[in-house]
Design a protein around this ligand. Structure first.
Ligand code: PLP
Length: 433
């Protein structure tokens, strides 16, 4: 079979640690709206938006036009040493949207580079290599970002130029504070932060990096107000707050444009990537000017903010605003979350269904108990695929099914995805019990 041969070639020349969701992954060859097609002509509703990259779906005419217009100029890229009109416009838009006073923007090609840059800015500004991060976090795959990643399965290497301490607060379901009320949970996490600061750091910490909703960590959602409470402690020590918005940006959480805004906090810097280019490689950092200017040596990114990616990204932001997609993310997310909760109430392999906007996680457990069940998640991915639905997976134990459809999702598609996922969860339950 053609796809079996492609997989064998992939395995022969690409590393084994490169994550593939399926034993027999499909090859996606076409996309339109919220649907993709594989090389054998099968169609799938994509409830993971690529990997939260296709924020508004596939084959969007307005984005295609913006990219094609740039291609027609004959310049895909020359050098970011020169002025690029769409790059400046995009920086202005993101600076304004950030709500960060006196904001400046630096563009990269990925979320990893964005977070590495934020770490450089904060450590340079504060003259400290000490950093705080959340347990169960994921921030990327370079030296600084693997160090702040709080998930051994994704940390790649234990060597790092940073001194990192991890605190509670991200993943509640399996934390020792799980059964506390929201207010007590926040208090317990703040006490943990204070304890970590006093016992595991020398005090002069550069920054704390947080994901407002942990993505790879299984769409774990801290109670509102947690980061405001953290911020008070950080301010006592002059520690900067960096919000990693790689998954939570662009209105995906429904009620806010940036995930951190749900906590009533304006961070010192935010990092972004994934959905901005709707499939084009672009990321970046938006930070207070003073922080951005901490670097005085020359620095640039050869491809970061290139004309093709920035032209596409400007078109993506236009589309997002013109179609009020943040509101749609809230509407479809609420519907999906409620539907899924109702449909799985009596499914004993479902430990928790949680979500905000179009970031919904289904934590799977072994029947009759609460032990994490990665085998159930693997099965659900196969069962959904067989029903024409693509979903994501994550969590510390690989036991969380993740839903993050394009923000253009329609009512009918929400119902279609809900029905396919409910059936997949039910047949997985039957197989396991
Ligand atoms: N930060 C978060 C929250 C992410 O989810 C990811 C990727 O999944 C990254 C950073 C790294 O981004 P990239 O894979 O574009 O380097």
């Amino acid at each position: 079979m053609a796809h079996a041969e492609l997989l064998a070639r992939h395995r022969a020349v690409m590393p084994a640690w490169l994550t593939l969701y399926y034993d027999e992954p499909i090859e996606i060859t076409r996309g339109s709206g919220r649907r993709v097609e594989d090389a054998e002509g099968r169609s799938y509703l994509d409830f993971f938006a690529g990997i939260l990259t296709n924020a508004i779906g596939y084959d969007i005419a307005e984005i295609n036009e913006a990219i094609t217009a740039q291609v027609a100029k004959g310049v895909l890229h020359t050098s970011t040493l020169y002025l690029i009109r769409s790059q400046v416009e995009l920086a202005e838009r993101i600076a304004r949207l950030s709500g960060i006073p006196d904001a400046k923007v630096f563009f990269t090609n990925s979320g990893t580079e964005a977070n590495e840059t934020a770490l450089m800015l904060a450590t340079q500004h504060r003259r400290s290599n000490q950093v705080l991060a959340l347990r169960n976090s994921y921030h990327g795959r370079a030296f600084g970002t693997v160090a702040i990643t709080g998930n051994r399965g994704w940390s790649a290497t234990s060597l790092s130029p940073l001194q990192v301490s991890h605190v509670h607060g991200g993943y509640r379901y399996r934390s020792p504070f799980r059964h506390l009320s929201d207010a007590d949970y926040v208090d317990a996490c703040v006490a943990d932060l204070r304890d970590v600061l006093a016992t595991a750091t020398a005090g002069d910490v550069a920054c704390m990096v947080v994901e407002p909703v942990q993505g790879v960590g299984g769409f774990a959602i801290p109670p509102r107000g947690l980061f405001a409470a953290f911020r008070e402690v950080l301010d006592e020590h002059g520690i900067l707050l960096v919000s990693d918005e790689v998954q939570t940006g662009w209105g995906r959480t429904g009620d806010h444009f940036w995930g951190i805004q749900a906590h009533g906090v304006v961070p010192d810097a935010m990092t972004f990537a994934k959905g901005l280019g709707n499939g084009l490689a672009i990321g970046g950092v938006v930070a207070r000017g003073e922080l951005m200017d901490a670097i005085t040596a020359h620095s640039l990114s050869t491809f970061g903010g290139n004309p093709l990616a920035t032209a596409g990204a400007v078109a993506m932001l236009d589309y997002l605003e013109n179609h009020d997609l943040q509101a749609n993310a809230a509407k479809q997310g609420t519907r999906l979350l409620a539907g899924l909760r109702a449909a799985t109430e009596r499914n004993e392999i479902v430990g928790e269904v949680r979500g905000v906007g179009l970031m919904i996680g289904v934590e799977l457990v072994e029947p009759g108990g609460d032990a994490p069940s990665p085998r159930a998640a693997a099965r659900v991915l196969e069962e959904t695929r067989a029903r024409g639905l693509l979903v994501g997976r994550g969590g510390l134990h690989g036991n969380v099914v993740r839903l993050a459809p394009p923000m253009t999702l329609t009512d009918d598609e929400t119902e279609e995805g809900l029905a396919a996922l409910t059936a997949a969860l039910e047949s997985t339950r039957q197989e396991m019990t």
